[in-house]
Design a protein around this ligand. Structure first.
Ligand code: NOJ
Ligand code: CA
Length: 697
């Protein structure tokens, strides 16, 4: 990286001790400074008009983020709000390619121009705030960097003043922040004026068709940012507070997460962006060949459709015998893991409210942990551990080291964690032994997840949290943080009121998935599980209105569309064995990719992806639509021009629709070459999944 440092004001270089005395005279407003994206489409302008730090963003000559405030306030100390002046700038640029151990693509290009702006304050003993901007062709990231400075050591941040002033009459896709159900809300599509508080990523389309998504990258030792609308179009950073009201507890020097704005001329452009990953630090774990992408099955959907329970106070799911049945199934069809939920003491009774009693090392008597892990080892399969905390985090942290050492000894290399508790209701016991309740996305939980991921790495364990803090690209730095939930997943189709509508998975790629991989758990074959003849007639059934509002072909498409390095085949083994034709796609589809290309899409309507297998020459294509039937014509321009491919196509039949005929599916083969386009008819709530393999001569 080349860096050139230029002092704007000769006097500012004298030193900040002097500035504190003479500042009012010395720090007159400086001319705005600018930095452009490598191709020049995006221009960021930074100014100190009126003594306030501000930035604005233009895209292709039109303003898309109007002048927006920067700064922060501290408790009992001067912060950075007024009396600020640009004292120095430094520029740099980078163009390099880095490699992901696993991911949507192996090679990622980081190409950006950087501007570091130092603002000097005239209004207090804390004189210096820096803001670092990185401008890529797919958007902008900026973060605050507060250097170590005299009389600014420990700080409690009580407000972050960052604003994002967006174009009025834009359409927004968003979920509410600070709700009891965390990130598990249906996405709303509305005029921005209707957005109350929103989680990020929040995605917008301006009246001229520019697409942008506001989010953050590298959320470490800070509170999660949601967005509050101060007045129409004027959004402001809204950090999740600690239980005592402070937003962030830190000390200088510190950097904040990157505030990000992905920008694209169309919806598909957002999907092909690597901005969030590029703003994260490189891998800190060294050799991570022990992190294994792959597909898994599990004792899971059975609980959600009430075939059995997590606890032993009813029909217990996680028995030795049932686990062995899943291990046999996994071994037979090439799955790498078997998730077992409800294996450990603590689930009996109202487990939602009894998180204090969970043991993370003691199995129920009818689950012989050593026998099943041994059985799995013989079959070449790994057990996937499950740690539901019900939000009682201190109870979990107290057991963490012992639990992970125990799992490592048993050959368990992945753990799904869970934080089922209402938003703001994460229980911790403070240093005085007093209970406190925190947000899922506050600094306490941001730090907790980091502790879990680091402790897990010591034991070569990968982590998949449910009810997590949102993803901000930390998988680059900690590649054992393989996936997470953090949106409405498949489970809502078992008992959700309402279940996920057909448009849900046509919105996720443009919102939640921009942040990173999701453990959505696709692959339900019995699309009306609540109508099925109950195996256990005495168990309460799920909500009869609940059903999976997709066609069967769309369930297959999800494996390609919703990226995750660990993909579950979520349904019961018997439902797969009774439809081996369709199941073949799940058996074939990889979970780790050499390359990914979003081919087409409009938010909430449809989306299509092509992805190339990391370990073969195969390409896979997934396309899906909302409730609207439509035909997509997809050029196969990504194929190798030298080859003929056999397209193994799983698509909706002519009579298919999620509502009336969800199982109507055609499986067919066709020879194709690079010049061809595939015309894919998608039914209402439908989809298509395709494997493209090189035709043997
Ligand atoms: C909610 C998770 O999303 C789900 O996957 C899990 O089965 C339950 N919590 C129990 O831990
Ligand atoms: Ca959940």
């Amino acid at each position: 990286m080349s860096a050139a440092r230029s002092r704007l004001s000769k006097l500012a270089a004298i030193g900040f001790g002097l500035l504190a005395v003479f500042a009012p005279q010395l720090l007159a407003a400086q001319p705005p400074v600018q930095v452009r994206s490598p191709a020049g489409d995006i221009v960021v302008t930074v100014s100190d008009d009126g003594g306030r730090a501000q930035y604005k963003i233009d895209f292709r000559g039109a303003t898309i983020i109007a002048s927006s405030r920067l700064g922060m306030l501290f408790k009992n100390q001067h912060g950075f709000d007024e009396g600020l002046s640009i004292a120095a700038t430094a520029i740099a640029s980078r163009d390099e390619i880095w490699e992901q151990p696993w991911g949507e693509r192996r090679l990622v290009r980081d190409h950006h121009n950087e501007l570091l702006v130092t603002f000097a304050s005239t209004s207090g003993p804390a004189p210096e705030m820096q803001v670092r901007f990185r401008v890529f062709d797919d958007g902008v990231g900026f973060r605050y960097e507060i250097p170590k400075q005299r009389r600014l050591g420990k700080v409690n941040i009580i407000d972050e003043l960052t604003e994002f002033v967006v174009v009025n009459q834009s359409t927004a896709w968003w979920i509410p922040s600070r709700g009891w159900n965390r990130y598990e809300y249906l996405y709303q599509t509305s005029d921005i004026a209707e957005v109350s508080g929103a989680h990020t990523p929040m995605t917008l389309r301006t009246p001229s068709g520019v697409h942008l998504s506001i989010h953050e990258a590298a959320l470490v030792d800070y509170s999660g940012m949601s967005l509050k609308q101060l007045r129409p179009g004027r959004f402001k950073a809204d950090l999740a507070p600690w239980s005592d009201g402070v937003l962030v507890k830190t000390k200088t020097p510190f950097v904040t997460p990157w505030r990000t704005i992905q920008i694209a001329p169309d919806a598909v452009g957002l999907l092909n962006s690597d901005l969030i990953l590029n703003l994260n630090e490189p891998n800190k774990l060294g050799d991570v060949s022990w992190v294994k992408p792959g597909k898994y099955v599990g004792i899971w959907w059975g609980m959600h459709i009430r075939e059995y329970l997590w606890g032993t106070d009813g029909v217990h799911g996680a028995t030795t015998q049932e686990t062995k049945r899943y291990i046999d199934f996994a071994a037979k069809y090439g799955f790498i893991g078997v998730l077992v939920e409800g294996w450990n003491i603590g689930w009996d009774g109202d487990w939602f409210s009894n998180g204090d009693v969970f043991s993370f090392t003691k199995p129920y008597p009818d689950f012989d942990l050593r026998a099943v892990t041994e059985y799995a080892r013989e079959k070449g399969v790994r057990l996937i551990g499950h740690n539901e905390t019900s939000g009682n985090v201190t109870n979990y942290e107290n057991q963490l080291e012992d639990a992970f050492a125990f799992y490592e000894a048993l050959g368990i290399d992945k753990v799904k964690t869970g934080y089922v508790a209402d938003g703001g209701n994460i229980k911790r016991i403070d240093e005085n032994g007093i209970a406190k309740y925190e947000w899922h996305d506050g600094q306490f939980m941001v730090d907790h997840h980091m502790r879990v991921v680091r402790e897990a790495a010591k034991h070569k364990i990968s982590i998949n949290p449910h009810e997590p803090v949102k993803d901000t690209g930390l998988r680059r730095t900690y590649p054992n943080w393989v996936a997470r939930e953090g949106a409405r997943g498949q489970e809502f189709n078992a008992w959700g009121d309402p279940p996920n509508p057909p448009e849900h998975t046509a919105i996720l790629p443009f919102t939640r998935m921009l942040s990173g991989p999701m453990d959505f758990t696709p692959g339900i074959f019995d699309l009306e599980p609540n109508k099925r003849q109950p195996v256990n007639a005495d168990m309460p059934r799920g909500d009869p209105r609940s059903r999976v509002k997709t066609t069967l072909a769309k369930q297959l498409a999800l494996y390609v569309v919703l990226y995750s390095p660990i993909q579950m085949a979520a349904d019961l083994p018997e439902n797969y064995e009774s439809n081996l034709g369709a199941f073949q796609f799940i058996v074939d589809v990889p979970a780790d990719w050499e390359e990914s290309i979003a081919l087409a899409g409009e938010i909430g309507d449809f989306v299509a992806y092509a992805r190339k297998d990391r370990n073969s020459e195969d390409w896979y294509l997934g396309a899906l639509t909302d409730e609207q039937a439509r035909t997509l014509s997809l050029p196969l321009s990504f194929l190798d021009p030298q080859q003929t491919y056999v397209a193994e196509i799983y698509r909706d039949g002519v009579k298919a629709s999620w509502k009336d005929n969800p199982y109507n599916m055609i499986i067919e083969q066709r020879d194709v070459v690079r010049g061809n386009s595939l015309s894919l008819p998608l039914a209402s709530g439908g989809g298509a999944a395709i494997r493209l393999r090189i035709k043997s001569q």
